[in-house]
Design a protein around this ligand. Structure first.
Ligand code: BES
Ligand code: MN
Ligand code: MN
Length: 485
């Protein structure tokens, strides 16, 4: 598939990226030091600080028309009723009408991280392990490394005195880890304005499947995130005084949450499986050629707890079947030791990864009906409510379009190997919106590896992935800039 492009002479660019390595690590280190956790209301000022950091970087690199788009107040459920959503950072580099216009999306918010969770390093200080060539820190791979990767590409071009082969439009958001609230509306509003002439959209916010072979990604699952609120007594109570004589919210919640999914991963909510697109023979064959194994899954999970023992089943269950995960219970006693408390209000959180052809709204009503029915069966006097916190669509594209071909060529130049074409089990809510609202192809071009530990402790990005990732991103722009339509 990559024969179509003449090999480009990108060596000077690659060499410049290598020379700038210390500067690029320094740039990442500054970004990691800002704990821009979007789900933690108290850290919202840090998310905003991160937006300003990016604005400064874009300014110094020579971007124009840089804008911070405000998205208003965060909708409920939220504790602070006046909490402002973090701004979208927009910027443009180059405006040559003869060049293609590539939209780059990335997110500058990160998942929460505490040293106490089991990190071996301070999560918000970049730790450079020179010996093993690894950069540790929250956001290193998800998604600060890749976001800065694009800026590094421009810096290398500036240093070389090379023109960028395309015009770039960047769109960085600070709410991705919390469902991209407000971004859909902004994209729709700017489709004919800021994003007017966009020809293509590239997102670097996912990972290789394993640890050695690069991939290009043409699918994502969606994610609908729910919470169940059970409220009983007016305050937390002593179980010696009230145990056995009042109705306990935790008991109700556990009962309901235990009937959403079984230990084999089977979703127990009726009607969902029926919406899943049937597997065709053609699709089934695609899984044969992908480089992956149950051992790699075990290595990435740090355990021997896989639900499926062969590659194809694992990939299908990660990419093309839905899954339901229980995430946590707010308000429950969760400290060490034994506390004889009856929590007065508990909020159970779970999410469902969605796939073609699950309809989001229909899914919501199946979920609500099932849970309301379960709660009714409990005959409980407690207050009960189930609600959607956020939803984001699944996305599947054509891996044979120009974008993927250009990216395959760049990947081959940098890594010396033809990439695998993969889908992902994770979600990037805005992907389908860009495709639909702007009418363009979207490419997922990952930087990190499958064992980077996104969302986990000791999140990392290999230095080789950071540096070669920059080369791949830049190389892609060069090949794409030469493509025909
Ligand atoms: N970078 C991830 C998306 C991702 C996850 C890609 C796993 C490939 C594999 C992104 O930052 C993310 O974590 N998204 C959230 C979205 C959710 C809050 C709607 C996710 O998937 O949990
Ligand atoms: Mn991400
Ligand atoms: Mn993430």
């Amino acid at each position: 598939m990559s024969e179509k492009y003449e090999k480009l002479e990108l060596e000077p660019f690659f060499k410049t990226i290598d020379e700038l390595k210390p500067k690029f690590i320094e740039r990442l280190s500054k970004a990691i030091a800002i704990p821009s956790v979007s789900s933690d209301e108290s850290l919202r000022p840090k998310v905003v600080e991160m937006a300003h950091f990016l604005v400064d970087e874009l300014t110094n690199l020579g971007f124009h028309d840089i804008q911070l788009k405000e998205l208003g107040i965060q909708p409920p459920p939220v504790t602070d009723k006046n909490l402002k959503l973090p701004p979208i950072v927009l910027g443009k580099f180059g405006s040559d009408p003869k060049k293609k216009n590539v939209l780059i999306y990335g997110h500058y918010d990160v998942q929460p991280a505490l040293k106490e969770d089991g990190w071996s390093y301070d999560p918000f200080k970049l730790t450079v392990d020179e010996k093993n060539g690894i950069l540790y820190g929250r956001g290193s791979t998800d998604d600060k490394g890749p976001v800065l990767g694009w800026l590094n590409v421009i810096e290398a071009h500036n240093k070389l005195g090379w023109e960028l082969p395309v015009n770039l439009i960047v769109c960085f958001e600070g709410m991705e880890e919390s469902g991209s609230l407000g971004l859909d509306e902004l994209v729709a509003k700017e489709a004919k304005n800021y994003f007017k002439d966009v020809d293509q959209c590239t997102i670097s916010d996912n990972y290789w499947l394993g640890t050695t072979k690069p991939v290009l990604t043409y699918g994502l699952r969606g994610c609908n995130y729910y919470q169940i609120i059970v409220k009983g007594p007016g305050a937390d109570l002593h179980s010696g005084i009230f145990g056995g004589i009042i109705s306990e919210p935790m008991t109700d919640l556990i009962k309901v949450m235990s009937q959403l999914v079984d230990s084999q991963g089977k979703i127990l909510i009726p009607g969902i499986d029926e919406m899943v697109a049937p597997l065709t023979e053609k699709e089934d064959k695609l899984y044969d050629n992908i480089d992956f194994s149950v051992e790699e899954l075990n290595a990435a999970s740090g355990s021997d707890t896989a639900l499926h023992q062969n590659k194809k089943d694992i990939l299908k269950h990660r990419w093309r079947y839905p899954s339901l995960s229980l995430h946590g219970i707010e308000g429950a006693f969760s400290g060490a030791g034994a506390k004889t408390v009856i929590p007065s209000k508990v909020v159970g959180k779970f999410s469902i990864r969605t796939v073609p052809n699950i309809e989001s709204k229909k899914l919501d009503s199946l979920v609500f009906d099932h849970i309301n029915k379960l709660f009714k069966q409990l005959n409980s006097p407690n207050d009960f409510k189930v609600e959607l916190i956020h939803d984001g669509n699944y996305w599947v594209s054509d891996p044979f379009n120009e974008s993927f071909q250009a990216a395959a060529k760049a990947t081959e130049d940098v890594w010396g190997i033809v990439p695998d074409f993969t889908r992902e089990g994770g979600s990037i809510p805005i992907t389908l919106t860009f495709e639909k609202e702007l009418g363009v192809d979207v490419l997922l071009l990952p930087m990190g590896r499958g064992d980077d530990g996104a969302h986990s402790i000791n999140e990392k990005l290999d230095i080789s992935n950071y540096i070669n990732g920059c080369k791949t991103l830049g190389g892609f722009l060069h090949y794409y800039g030469k493509s025909e339509n």
